[in-house]
Design a protein around this ligand. Sequence first.
Ligand code: OAD
Length: 241
Amino acid sequence: MISNIDEIVKIIRDSNNIVFFGGAGVSTESGIPDFRSVDGLYNQEYKYPPETIISHSFFEKKVEEFYRFYKNKCLKPMLNAKPNVTHQALYKLEKEGKLKAIITQNIDDLHHRAGNKNIYELHGTSFKNHCIKCGKKYTIEDILKADGVPYCSCGGIIRPDIVLYEEQLDNNIINSSIKFISEADVLIVAGTTLVVQPAASLINYYNGNKLILINLSNVPNEDKINYVIHDKLSKVFEKLI
Ligand code: OAD
C-alpha cells in the first residue's frame, strides 16, 4: 500500500521496537553510488561485470584487477563520506531506546560513524582488512596507499573483511539478524533492491504488520509490504531528527 510520509513518521514515533534493514540507497545521499540504479556502479562499463569482479574466484585468479576496481569504485567514494540525515536519525532513535538493531548490506561503516552500536553488517566492512597468510590486521588507508595489490609484511596478500560473491555470510550475524527481525514491532526496509540473497530473504522472518519500505524504485513482492514510500530516505528521516 502506498503511504504518505507523515503516516510513516507517526508509526516510527509510536514504536519502541524498531529494526532497520538497509542497503546501498542509505548511503547515496552521502555521495556513495549504489549498485543497480541507472547511474549506479553496475551500469558502468568494465571488462568484467562487477558481480564477477567482487567474487571469491575472481579475487583468487585476478587479484590485480580486483583491487583496481575495488579501490577506485568502492573504496575511494567511501573514504571521505560522512553520515547523512538517515544515519543521524537512526542514531537518535537508538539513543532513545526505540531502534533495537540496524541490519545493513553496506560495507561503508557509516552507521558506526553516526554513532550506532547495535549494527549487523551482513556483507562485512571495508574498514577492516587482514592478511590471508598470517591474519595481521590493516586499515582502509593501508589498502589505498599500497601500489596495486596490498601485501603484508609477511608477504601474504591482504584482503578486506567483506563477504565476496560465492562466500558464506557469518552465521552469528545471520542468527542475530533473524532474532531482531522476528521480534520487531516495526521493520523498516530501505534503500535496497532486495535481490541479493541470502540477505534479502531475512525480512521474511518479520512477524508483525508494520513492514515499511522506503525506496526510490520498486522492489519484488511489494504487494506483501504494509507501507510503501517511493521517495528519498532523507524525506522521511529529516522529520525524525
Ligand atoms: P542496490 O543498488 O541494488 O539498490 C539500492 C536501492 O536504493 C535502489 O532500488 C535505489 O532505487 C534505492 N535508492 C538509492 N538512493 C536512494 C535514496 N536516497 N532514498 C531511497 N532509495 C534510494 O543496492 P543493494 O540492494 O544494497 O553486495 O545491493 C545489495 C548488494 O549488491 C550489495 O550489498 C552488494 C551488491 O552486490 C556485495 O557487495 C556482496
